[in-house]
Every structure is written in C-alpha cells, then in structure tokens.
Design a protein around this ligand. Structure first.
Ligand code: AMP
Ligand code: MG
Length: 653
C-alpha cells in the first residue's frame, strides 16, 4: 500500500487490496522465512541480574567457570589424611600404625603441617588435604592406638576419598550456555562458582490487543450477540510461556481511528505487537490497513497457506514485529505457535522450542484442503497395536478442542486427505503422552460428567470423545475405547440400543432422558398442552417458528414422527445439540423445539415431556476387567452418582 493509495476512492482501494490478498497467499515456509529475514539478525537486549532474581530468565551469554570447584583437593569423608604408600598393604590381619600430627582439619581450616611418611592428620568431610597426603582413610576403618596414633585396617589406594580441585567444575569450562532458562539447578551451579550476577536477556515486551465490536472481557456480562474475548487471555498466557512479557491492552472496537491510536500507543512502548481478529475480508478488516501507516517495511505476508490460520498477517514496522492473528481462538493459537513462537523465542534469546513427538495410527479418514498445510488436533488413546490418534477438532471456532487434545498432526499442503490407518507423527502439547485410564467414545451427555467425576477424584484420568452414537459403536468394535455411550432407537423393534450391539459388546444400562417440547416460559401458545397438542398448535400457526435437529439424531426421529410430514417454518434450522435447540428458543430465533428436560431447565425454559430416551453404554467385553472400567461401573451404580443424576433431571436405569 503506497501513499498514493490514499488518493483512490475507498471502494476502489478495497477491491485493489482484496485482489492483492488473493494473489499473495504464501506457503508457511516462505511466510516464516520472509518474516525472520526482516527481523534477524538483531541484538538481544540484556541486563545484569542478581542471582536471587534470575529464576526463569534466559542467560544472555555463555557463562565460563571463573574458579575450580572444589577450589582445593578435599576430603569426601570423616577420617585421616594419609600417604597411600604407607597403608597400601594394610588389612584386618595386618594393621598399620600411623602417628597423628598435632592438628585436626575441619571445614574452613587451612592445614599447617605436612603429612610425613608414617603419619596421618585427622580430617573432616570437606576439609582441605594437607601437603604430603594423597588419600583419606575413613574413620570407620581405623582404631585409636593410644592418644597420638591410629591403626589402619584397610588397604588404601592413591586418591581414595579425595575430591580433586576442579573435579566438579573446572576453571575455564563452559558452565552454562546462552539461552539456558535459569532454574534452581543453574542457580546452584552459578552460586558454587561464586557468581552473584549474570547477564540475562531482557524479555521482549509484547503488547496484545483484541479487536472486535462483539468482544466482552471475562467477568463482565454478555449482551445479545456478544462473546467473551478468548484471544486476549490465551495469547497473553502463550506469550509469557514462550519467553515474552505480555501486556494486555484490552479489546478495541472495529473503529479505524480508535484502533490506529491503540496500535500506535502499543508500539511506542512494546517490542512487538500481537493483535487478533479483523484479518478476514469483512467490513471490520482494518488492522492490516493501519499497519501500512505504522512503519517500514510494513506487511510481509497477509494470507498464509495454513489451516486453520489462512488470514494470518505478518508485518514489521520499523524493526518491530506486528502480527494479526486470525479471530477464531483455535486458529489464533495454531498460527501463534507455528509462526510467532519461533520469532518470539529468538527475540527472547531462547533456543527453538523442542516439542515431543509420538507416532500414532489415525482410525478414520481425515479430509484436508489441497494447498494448505493443515493442523488437526488429536486425542490419543491406546489401541490394540499402539497409540490411536482421534481427530478432536470441532472446527476452527472451538476452544475446547485445544484443552482436550493431546497434540496435533500435520497434513501436507499437497495432500487432500489422510487415509484411515495412516501412521502419523503427533506433536504433543505436553512433554509426555498421557494415555487416559478410561476411554469413552460416543454420544456425550452432561450426565456422564456426574459419573466420571468420582473417577477423576480418585485419580483416574478419563477421556471422553464426542463422536455421536454410531461413531462410538464403530470405535468400540475396533477396540479403541472401553465404553461407547449410545442412544439409538430401533424403529422395527421399537426399543433402544440393544438391537445395535454386535459380538464383543455388551449393554450397560445408563439412564433415561426425558425428551419433550421446549418453549419460553409464559408462551400462551404452548402452556398446558400435551406434546402432541403443542406441535399441532405450532403447525397451524404460521408465525410460530421451530428449531429442528440434525439428520441422524435420535431426537430428530421423534420430531419427524410428531410432525407427520409437515414442514413448519424453521424446519431447516438443524443444529447438532440439545443445547443449541435451547439457545435458539431462549434467544427468540425459534419458538419451540425438542430437547431433553435437564437442558430445557438449565436454560430457564418451559418443557412438555414426550418420551424417555435411553442413554446406555456399549461396553467392550474384552476390556471389562480393566480397573478403570470397574471403577466406572462402580461409580455408575453408586448412590452418589444416581442421586446426582436425579438432581440434574435424569432417571438412572
Ligand atoms: P474476524 O477475523 O474479526 O472476522 O473474526 C473471526 C471470528 O473470530 C469471529 O467469529 C469473531 O467473533 C471471532 N473472534 C475474533 N476475536 C476474538 C477473540 N478475541 N476471542 C474470541 N473470538 C474472537
Ligand atoms: Mg472481528
């Protein structure tokens, strides 16, 4: 964006810009390469720091040992400093008598007398070896012989129980390398060498700004159409985790003047600026336009072939990196870790991050967009032949995937899928794989958390992966989980769940969930009606809008039966969860729908019961004896869990 651009009318400027964006999508490697080339090499600002304050800092330069540690030859035991030649032949049957010199060497006492042939000097652990001595005999291997002599009853070789000067740390040795994070052990090494102050890298000050009219800070109340600012918190924490010092400047509305002022303020003090949101080509697409006015060379990449994360914008303004992360929190975090952390760590004087990796089999085909490096979050479970990596993403808008996943795998830009059965490399979020004790794959229900709470409190880790009833059954058949929660109605037998079991699986009864019509309290159109009457009333009122459920959901089967072929307004609004139905009704997007009683009540809505749905577990028989499975079955039958389920509105089977 040259300065001449300002002469062009706004509408033309926008279309020229959009075209430019489309033309300049870079590969991740090229984008990162250009970004680093514009920033490095650069000097890492550093400052002297007292040892007591250095914990967690990164060393700015190598530290060379200024002295030998220990500084002198010293005894490792309480005993007697001797000349080994005198006692080389000593033994239980051949004690050697040595006369005692007239001094005892304690810690901190410099010896004054030489150990002459046939003599010994009493010495304490840590005492400096006197001239003439070359070994120490432990006091336990001697006996007093009168007041001024001892008998040695053990053969002694040269150097025995002596720690020589510099044997721990030698003067001139590289003690610690630049980039080392100073922990308690490093502090110990520095203290042993007498180092009271080290040069540490100054943490880069990183300003963080969220952008968007819809953002509200946690702790404040949400108004309609608003969401909590997630990126502000997560980006700030991730900066601190990677050697920066984050300063969060809040969320700025999508207002060019306000945003520019905030960005200028941020750059006046900070070494780096990280924004999020406003990078997609929408009306709020402001920040990258502002960047062009903030300093040279400006934008380096806007649009990177990453998924999630395509709208990432990388810039350098007068030597300072300015980054606009995508708005969706998961996209923001992936691009942050992949593209920003390497730069931040270099600026902080830290070595590149080394993430642990494991190999795992992908149980299902993962579709991928051709031309973009795709990151897929996965949950790891133990399968028959090793680790299994379940894709756990819920789409780029989801934040829970991050917390529940163990790591991620990468699908190459030139691949349009990862076939089922692929052995993939998984980069872990934590240093070690944590394979859960109990794996539950299938349909999720809030009641499940009430049962597994007991296991969690008993120290058992539970991983619950929500893939729906049918996905759960498939996982159970493949032996990838212990239990598959299902609620599948069989039209022919008019029963739940048991018709769906195959060999190797057995049914564990769970609980019943009352399904029914949900509507807003006080809506006279539905009050005091039965479910059938309520639906009839709704169908006959064209102003009444419904919210449906997705194809394949057990609830959908019930709705279609009730509607008997009718297609009222709202029929094509088909969300995938009970909660989404309740939210649509509560927010007046719809007037009625079908959900389960606990969800209706939690949403402050009224409810007309219709039929009980059976939520049961398909248990993999081969895994029945595992302690965690037994613990789950115990918890399921326990008085506490049953009471908790009832309180939440479920009916234990
Ligand atoms: P944008 O790039 O501004 O169009 O944002 C894309 C999506 O991410 C929108 O759904 C935004 O509401 C969402 N988003 C943007 N910033 C944040 C944030 N700080 N926290 C949570 N969601 C955000
Ligand atoms: Mg926005």
């Amino acid at each position: 964006m040259g300065s001449g651009m300002t002469m062009i009318p706004r509408s033309q400027e926008r279309s020229a810009l959009e075209q430019e964006q489309f033309l300049k999508i870079l590969s991740r490697e090229e984008a990162l390469g250009r970004f680093e080339a514009a920033l490095f090499p650069r000097s890492i600002p550093s400052a002297p720091c007292r040892l007591a304050d250095a914990l967690g800092a990164a060393l700015a330069e190598d530290v060379t040992a200024p002295i030998d540690v220990p500084p002198f030859d010293r005894s490792n035991v309480d005993g007697f400093a001797v000349r080994s030649a005198d006692v080389v032949a000593a033994g239980e049957g051949a004690p050697v008598r040595l006369w005692l010199n007239d001094e005892a060497i304690h810690c901190g006492t410099a010896p004054t007398l030489q150990v002459a042939a046939g003599s010994a000097t009493a010495i304490a652990t840590g005492g400096p070896l006197p001239r003439g001595a070359d070994a120490v005999v432990m006091v336990e291997h001697t006996q007093p012989a009168g007041s001024d002599a001892i008998e040695v009853r053990r053969a002694t070789s040269p150097g025995q129980f002596v720690a020589y000067a510099g044997s721990d740390i030698a003067r001139g040795e590289a003690l610690l390398r630049a980039g080392t994070i100073i922990g308690s052990r490093e502090i110990g090494m520095l203290a042993a060498c007498g180092v009271a102050e080290v040069n540490v890298a100054r943490k880069p000050l990183v300003a963080v700004i969220s952008t968007g009219d819809e953002l509200v800070q946690p702790g404040e109340l949400l108004a309609p159409a608003e969401i909590y600012d997630t990126n502000g918190a997560i980006v700030t924490a991730a900066i601190d985790e990677n050697g920066g010092q984050a300063v969060f400047l809040g969320a700025i509305p999508d207002d060019e003047a306000k945003l520019e002022a905030a960005m200028r303020r941020a750059l006046a003090d900070a070494d780096m600026l990280v924004l999020s949101g406003g990078t997609s080509k929408g009306a709020g697409d402001l920040s990258h336009r502002i960047i062009g006015r903030l300093g040279q060379p400006g934008i380096i990449a806007h649009g990177v072939a990453l998924k999630p994360g395509k709208p990432l914008c990388l810039a350098v303004c007068d030597g300072k990196p300015v980054v606009i992360l995508p708005g969706f929190p998961t996209s923001a975090m992936f691009t942050f870790h992949d593209m920003i952390v390497p730069v931040l760590r270099r600026m902080a004087g830290l070595p590149p991050r080394s993430d642990a990796k494991v190999s795992a089999t992908v149980p299902v085909r993962i579709a991928s967009e051709l031309g973009r490096t795709e990151f897929v979050m996965v949950s790891l479970v133990e399968g028959r032949g090793g680790l299994i990596a379940y894709p756990s993403g819920k789409g780029s808008g989801a934040i829970t995937s991050f917390a529940q996943a163990d790591g991620f795998l990468r699908i190459h830009a030139l691949a349009d899928q990862m076939p089922a059965g692929t052995e993939a490399e998984v980069t872990l979020f934590t240093p070690h794989v944590r394979v859960p004790d109990l794996v539950i794959v299938g349909s999720h229900c809030t009641g499940l958390d009430l049962v597994t709470a007991q296991l969690a409190h008993a120290g058992l880790s539970v991983r619950s992966i929500a893939v729906g009833s049918l996905g759960g059954l498939a996982a159970a058949r493949r032996g990838e989980c212990d239990l598959a929660p299902i609620h599948l109605f069989d039209d022919r037998s008019e029963t739940y769940n048991s018709p769906y079991l195959v060999e190797g699986l057995e049914l564990v009864p769970g609980w019943r969930r009352m399904q029914g019509i949900v509507f807003r309290k006080g809506d006279k159109r539905f009050e005091d009606l039965s479910a059938k009457e309520a639906v009839a009333a709704a169908i006959s009122d064209p102003a009444c809008i419904m919210v449906n459920r997705n194809q394949g959901a057990g609830t959908r089967i019930l709705i279609d039966r009730l509607l008997g072929g009718a297609r009222p307004e709202g029929y094509w609004n088909q969300p995938r969860s009970h909660n989404a139905v309740a939210a649509a009704v509560a927010q007046h997007r719809a007037d009625w729908g079908m959900t389960i009683a606990p969800v209706a009540h939690a949403g402050g809505l009224d409810f007309i019961p219709l039929a009980e749905e059976h939520y049961d577990f398909a248990l993999v028989t081969a895994r029945k004896d595992r302690p965690a499975v037994q613990a789950f079955l115990d918890a399921l039958g326990s008085h506490e869990a049953r009471a908790a389920l009832e309180r939440a509105g479920f009916r234990p089977a």
